[in-house]
Write a protein that binds this ligand. Structure first.
Ligand code: SF4
Ligand code: SF4
Length: 178
């Protein structure tokens, strides 16, 4: 696969400025509500803020996408004498936890940089009034090619959760009705 240069948007996180207000979670869930901006539910957000009120530790973590299997991460993080484990700052929607999954369907969530609102986004950056999130652009070499689209990722996650046979049977039943 050939590589091309592309401008990539990056969100820079300044954890020192984050006060844990969770406005970013609200903004994200709201822009992804259907219809857009009709509701907000932080459980549906593609950003989650790890919060430890006692130690004043706040760290926004972005949903990085679906992982079919648990990883073998065995890290420990120590911040201000407080220990965090390997899953606390992980960006993956994986089988071992409920984070970054739609609460109703269990389908994985992934930050899409608010592509549906174009230059108005990213909404988490816009609504972070503390200035902990800022948008930057950089040039990167990326592989040309077709990425698996949202539908394919969702189908793969359903197959992993319920099995190929159950998904196929349900799909057939639903499509016969319509
Ligand atoms: S909106 Fe900004 S300050 Fe508030 S929790 Fe999110 S990143 Fe932190
Ligand atoms: S960039 Fe958009 S999709 Fe990604 S976490 Fe922020 S609000 Fe959500």
């Amino acid at each position: 696969m050939s590589k091309v240069k592309k401008k990539v948007k990056v969100i820079k996180i300044d954890a020192e400025k984050c006060g844990g207000c969770r406005q970013c979670e609200i903004a994200c869930s709201s822009v992804h509500a259907k219809p857009k901006f009709s509701s907000s539910n932080p459980a549906r957000a593609r950003i989650q803020v790890v919060r430890d009120m006692d130690y004043g530790i706040f760290l926004p973590v972005y949903a990085g996408g679906y992982m079919a299997a648990e990883c073998n991460g065995r890290q420990k993080y120590v911040i201000k004498d407080q220990e965090f484990d390997e899953c606390d700052f992980c960006t993956a929607a994986c089988p071992s936890r409920d984070l970054f999954k739609e609460p109703d369907s269990g389908l994985p969530l992934k930050c899409d940089m608010c592509e549906s609102v174009g230059e108005e986004g990213p909404m988490c950056v816009k609504w972070c009034l503390a200035g902990a999130l800022t948008l930057e652009e950089r040039e990167e070499e990326v592989e040309e090619g077709v990425k698996p689209d949202e539908m394919e990722i969702a189908m793969r996650s359903l197959i992993n959760k319920f099995g190929r046979k159950n998904v196929a049977e349900t799909f057939n039943r639903l499509t016969q009705k319509s």
